[in-house]
Write a protein that binds this ligand. Structure first.
Ligand SMILES: Cc1cc2nc3c(=O)[nH]c(=O)nc-3n(C[C@H](O)[C@H](O)[C@H](O)COP(=O)(O)OP(=O)(O)OC[C@H]3O[C@@H](n4cnc5c(N)ncnc54)[C@H](O)[C@@H]3O)c2cc1C
Length: 385
């Protein structure tokens, strides 16, 4: 199987410390994650996610999130996603839930939630999406009203990863509806806060704990607000800016695993008297898959490298990395299924599991269409030559 994560293609963009980290996380993923059986249903996936959080925390694999070492985060997600898309999702949500706290939380918040999350002792969640606010986040309707020393939240969120199993939710709510996106603020809401209710799971075709939550006069102390009132939208965008390259990295991990499975099958499966790998139509597929994977890895690492160099916004690079890598991964995994033939659609086959897991990456954290609007918007802002 091809090395996951790959350190050859992106070597010029990596520090020496990344090479050791990549090898170590790749070995961990192969030894401890790839061997775990796929959860049979949503209940089992929820239990497995909690178990995986313990493993990731105990091994120290979540620590690059706290250091904001985005290249290491990309290497981690590539390794995890290749072995266990669910472990990758657990990593992603710890980052999404924690980053706003690290960026804007006070010392008590950081200690209580961020430190615990990065040690694997507390599970995070990121609650932004609502019924009428998907791609259009600025349209969110959940409100947070100041009441003495508290805020009182009312509203509902859906498509929330870790809903029902998280220990805390990083929640986006409006403190000033008239101000639109400039009236959005961000709060840490502990799972046991009075008035926070897990409504129901939303069951995906791939193992991934997801669901709806509701805030019914949910009361949190004012100290749980992250940053200034009205700065929540910017905080959310900064968080997504940083994490989009890592979604691309997860796509690379799934694509690399699929390519590895396809290569292995093409070498060993014989039809018409010879291995599939000797048919040029199969070689054409393999060549396209490998080329697109290498291009994805380069775009992903370019965005992460820019963020590691301290760039305040990496919007363009991250949008290119996420949209290209996730779209390419979908094609690569689909071609792997095709090369495997009937075996590729057996539910027990790793490539079929990847086929189900990879699809959501083109949608969450900003769908491909939105990323393309972002890219075109940046291009068109440049003066004409
Ligand atoms: C597995 C999974 C996990 C998720 N986890 C979380 C989570 O933890 N927290 C959270 O807050 N959210 C989460 N989400 C929600 C996710 O971020 C949203 O699904 C996503 O932002 C898209 O919103 P939507 O589903 O409402 O689709 P819509 O916004 O309704 O979009 C539907 C389609 O229309 C397209 N579209 C929309 N606007 C335009 C436009 N202007 N131009 C062209 N095309 C457009 C979109 O690209 C998309 O193809 C998750 C989603 C999934 C699938």
């Amino acid at each position: 199987m091809r090395a996951i994560p790959d350190i050859e293609t992106t070597r010029p963009l990596l520090e020496d410390s990344h090479l050791d980290f990549a090898r170590a996380v790749g070995e961990f993923a192969a030894r401890e994650l790839a061997v775990r059986p796929a959860p049979a249903d949503d209940e089992a996936a929820r239990r497995e996610a909690r178990a995986l959080l313990g493993l990731l925390g105990a091994g120290g694999w979540l620590q690059p999130i706290g250091r904001e070492d985005w290249r290491a985060c990309c290497l981690a997600r590539e390794a995890l996603a290749g072995a266990s898309p669910l472990a990758d999702a657990v990593f992603a949500l710890q980052a999404l839930g924690t980053l706003p706290i690290l960026a804007s939380g006070n010392a008590a918040m950081r200690q209580r939630w961020a430190d615990a999350a990065l040690a694997g002792r507390a599970m995070g969640a990121f609650a932004m999406t609502e019924k009428n606010a998907g791609s259009d986040v600025g349209a969110l309707e959940t409100t947070a009203r100041r009441d003495g020393g508290d805020y009182v939240l009312d509203g509902a969120k859906r498509f929330i990863s870790n809903a029902g199993i998280a220990d805390f939710y990083t929640v986006f709510a409006s403190t000033d509806r008239a101000a639109g996106s400039k009236g959005i603020s961000c709060f840490v809401v502990p799972a046991d806060a009075p008035g926070l209710r897990f409504v129901a799971p939303q069951v995906l075709s791939a193992p991934h704990p997801l669901g709806e939550i509701a805030f019914e006069r949910c009361r949190v102390p004012a100290a749980h607000r992250l940053g200034e009132e009205g700065r929540g939208f910017a905080l959310g965008l900064r968080t997504l800016d940083r994490l989009r390259s890592t979604v691309g990295a997860a796509a690379c991990g799934m694509a690399a695993r699929a390519l590895g499975e396809a290569l292995e099958h093409a070498r060993t499966r014989r039809q018409f008297g010879k291995p599939l790998s000797e048919f040029q139509l199969v070689q054409d597929k393999l060549a396209r898959m490998a080329g697109e994977l290498a291009a994805s890895r380069l775009l992903v690492m370019r965005a992460a490298w820019q963020a590691d160099r301290g760039a305040e916004r990496v919007t363009l690079e991250a949008a290119m990395a996420k949209s290209y890598a996730t779209e390419a991964a979908q094609r690569i995994v689909d071609e792997a299924v095709q090369i495997l033939g009937g075996e590729g659609v057996l539910a027990s086959h790793p490539v079929d599991r990847l086929y189900r897991a990879v699809r959501a990456l083109r949608i969450y954290e900003g769908a491909t269409e939105i990323q393309r609007l972002v890219i075109a918007g940046q291009l068109l802002r440049e003066p004409a030559r």
